[in-house]
Write a protein that binds this ligand. Structure first.
Ligand code: CA
Ligand code: CA
Ligand code: CA
Ligand code: CA
Ligand code: CA
Ligand code: CA
Ligand code: CA
Length: 669
């Protein structure tokens, strides 16, 4: 997710926040006060504060002390709800423990007599002060970020075994980060927006940065706002999120010089700066759905004060309705499956891996191959363990598809076709078992150049093959302008010939496509709009029929790769990469009904990462050895990391169809 620096205007006035006064104050004073986190469970609302020198304390919503623990120095505080092990689900608070070189975890129980329970600690080799938690709302995976010194933020991936929380990576008894972020200047706060998977980091004298929240979501950082005179900030101290029930949110900053600064999370737009009565400076805050807790450090012994969310919304000029807790955000209906395998990384950096196709070895299906594209360099062949067998370094192939046992003249081919963006052509290949399974075929005739078919679409993108009932092979290739060309492959005097037989059209950029040879139906994904079907026959109608709409829920733009699970008997399913929410949507072909969506998560014990931001997908309803008894699903993965969470070049992830079926229970049969 990228946002630009939207807030280039100087804050010219501070709203006079009349009536923005507190209704409760924490009853205990401390010499110093650090961060706080608000916890809510029905009517029970607690504030958990850290007191630098004096441990932590828990207050009820009237500011009355429930309990305090002075045994360890604490700094920074953040909460996540519903951390799970089996059917056990707990709410977790994390503190930095600078004196001990540790990050401590506690369960918040909601029971005043035993308000918290220790969940262990992460030993680190620095003194963590700023701490924030993040929970991937798709996979439920939990991360903690903690600052070292002035400018480094370490990120740890956590595991909960039912009793304690620990780091998934350790070395010599210390927790090993899965990611390190060098912010540049002094880090004064951080918060993770689980909904958009964004990590906001406050660099005290610079402004607010946005980062991808996890190692599998790292894009270039973006500056949301900066200090005066270019922006609205002066000295950022605290940062937190407010979530609205309609899926929108606000980012709220406590700025020592400026006041409380508010941004619309979704547009990145600056909203307002306000100050509460009786507060000279705003140095810290903790947000709950119905209350804003603000640190008041003007007193000799600072406290937190509670302001009604409705009063805050009014003063800030924002619509809050009934704000919701971060704890409700994990409610997705996604089915989760773990990656079972992955290919070796492609050769080129950046967004290079794109699409794949499975070649079934007719002699021994366990020796089948994955033919895949590196759209910056060539075509690859991998075995079912993901080992690279061949790299045919040539052109910039974008999408690839296969039809096997195709008779052309006297010969039978296992044909592969790819769109090649170097020359805006369609290239044909022949796949054979052996050390170099991919070999290029040379086409002849009017429409060819260097043995490739010259496409007239505006930049070739998607591609899929079709074999008609009479055995004739075709290639569909589409481009930016929405046009899909249909090419017929046949034999001529001098060899193989390609002939463009017709054009089909959708309104905007298509890419993913697949053909159901049985029903002679072509499916085309128009990235921002819908999946359409066409009659695939050369003589068929060119009219598009709606199959599934991009609705922002079941199918979230872009629609990328689409593929068909077509077993010998039983239901046929269309699967589309719903790139916008990192999942794969399944439709029953018979009645176009939406069955559900799944996501591919990592398997840390196997050293495998999950798949996200996927372009091409492929599935084959054929048993491919013991590991994939009901067939194999393949997804391109934007963020490939190794077992130690080091970034690698992109690759493709493997999941057995049986595991997908398992995750759906009876819904997918
Ligand atoms: Ca493909
Ligand atoms: Ca795209
Ligand atoms: Ca695309
Ligand atoms: Ca990944
Ligand atoms: Ca693509
Ligand atoms: Ca991509
Ligand atoms: Ca990997």
């Amino acid at each position: 997710m990228k946002r630009t620096l939207l807030s280039l205007l100087v804050a010219t006035s501070i709203a006079h926040a009349d009536g923005l006064t507190s209704i409760a104050k924490t009853e205990l004073n401390y010499e110093d006060i650090a961060d706080a986190a608000a916890w809510i469970n029905g009517d029970t609302q607690w504030l958990i504060t850290t007191q630098e020198g004096d441990g932590f304390a828990i207050f009820d919503k009237d500011g009355k002390k429930i309990t305090a623990d002075n045994s360890k120095e604490t700094a920074g505080a953040d909460i996540r709800y519903g951390v799970q092990h089996g059917d056990k689900s707990i709410d977790v608070v994390a503190f930095g423990r600078p004196d001990d070189g540790a990050i401590g975890f506690y369960q918040i129980t909601g029971n005043s007599d035993a308000a918290y329970r220790e969940l262990g600690e992460l030993a680190v080799d620095f003194d963590p002060e700023v701490v924030c938690l993040g929970k991937n709302s798709t996979t439920g995976e939990l991360y903690v970020n903690a600052s070292e010194g002035d400018n480094l933020l370490h990120q740890y991936k956590l595991q909960f075994d039912g009793k304690t929380i620990s780091s998934i990576l350790t070395k010599d008894g210390k927790a090993e980060p899965v990611r390190q972020i060098n912010v540049g200047g002094e880090i004064s706060g951080c918060v993770v927006d689980d909904q958009t998977r964004t990590l906001y980091i406050a660099e005290q004298d610079v402004g607010i940065w946005q980062y991808g929240a996890e190692p599998e979501n790292i894009k270039d950082r973006v500056l949301l706002d900066v200090v005066v005179p270019l922006g609205h900030l002066k000295e950022v101290e605290g940062i937190d999120m407010l979530y609205r029930p309609d899926g929108k949110g606000y980012l709220v900053i406590a700025d020592e010089g400026a006041g409380i600064v508010i941004y619309e999370r979704d547009s990145g737009k600056y909203v307002n700066t306000i100050k509460a009565e009786g507060f000279e400076e705003h140095k810290g805050l903790a947000l709950a759905p119905d209350a804003i807790w603000l640190m008041n450090s003007e007193l000799d012994e600072p406290i937190y004060e509670r302001i009604e969310a409705a009063d805050f919304a009014k003063a800030a000029g924002i619509t809050l309705d009934d704000a919701v807790s971060v704890g409700t955000l994990g409610a997705t209906d996604l089915h989760l499956v773990s990656a079972q395998g992955e290919t070796e990384a492609v050769d080129n950096k950046g967004d290079a891996a794109d699409d794949s196709a499975i070649w079934v070895n007719p002699q021994d299906a366990s020796q089948s191959l994955i033919i895949a594209t590196d759209k910056k360099g060539g075509l690859l062949a991998y075995d079912l363990d993901g080992k690279q067998i061949q790299y045919l370094e040539e052109g910039r192939p974008n999408n690839v598809d296969i039809r096997q046992g195709v008779k052309l003249g006297e010969k039978t081919y296992d044909l592969a076709a790819a769109t090649n963006r170097d020359a805006n052509t369609v290239t044909l290949y022949h796949i054979v078992a052996g050390e170099t399974p991919i070999s290029k075929l040379t086409l002849t005739g009017d429409n060819t150049k260097d043995g490739e078919l010259i496409s007239a679409v505006d930049e070739v993108y998607g591609l899929c093959m079709f074999q008609a009932k009479d055995g004739t092979p075709y290639v569909f290739a589409n481009g930016k302008n929405g046009v899909t060309e249909q090419w017929k492959i046949s034999t001529g005097e001098a060899g193989l010939v390609g002939e463009k037989v017709r054009e089909l059209k959708v309104g905007s950029q298509p890419e993913g496509c697949v053909t159901d040879d049985d029903s002679e139906t072509l499916y085309v994904g128009e990235e921002d709009v819908a999946i359409w079907t066409f009659d695939a026959k050369e003589s068929g109608s060119t009219e598009a029929t709606l199959f599934a709409k991009v609705d922002g829920k079941n199918l979230v733009a872009d629609v990328e790769g689409i593929t068909l699970y077509a077993p010998q008997s039983g239901n046929k399913y269309l699967i589309a990469s719903s790139q916008g929410n990192n999942s794969y949507s399944i439709y029953n072909v018979a009645d176009k009904s939406y069955v559900g969506s799944f996501a591919i998560k990592g398997d840390d014990t196997a050293g495998l990462d999950g798949a996200s931001d996927t372009d091409g997908v492929e599935v084959k309803a054929v048993a491919l050895g013991d590991k994939y008894p009901q067939g194999l699903f393949i997804a391109q993965d934007f963020y490939n990391i190794d077992k130690d969470y080091a970034q690698e070049k992109q690759n493709f992830k493997f999941v057995g169809w049986d595991k997908i079926v398992e995750s759906f229970g009876d819904k997918l049969k």
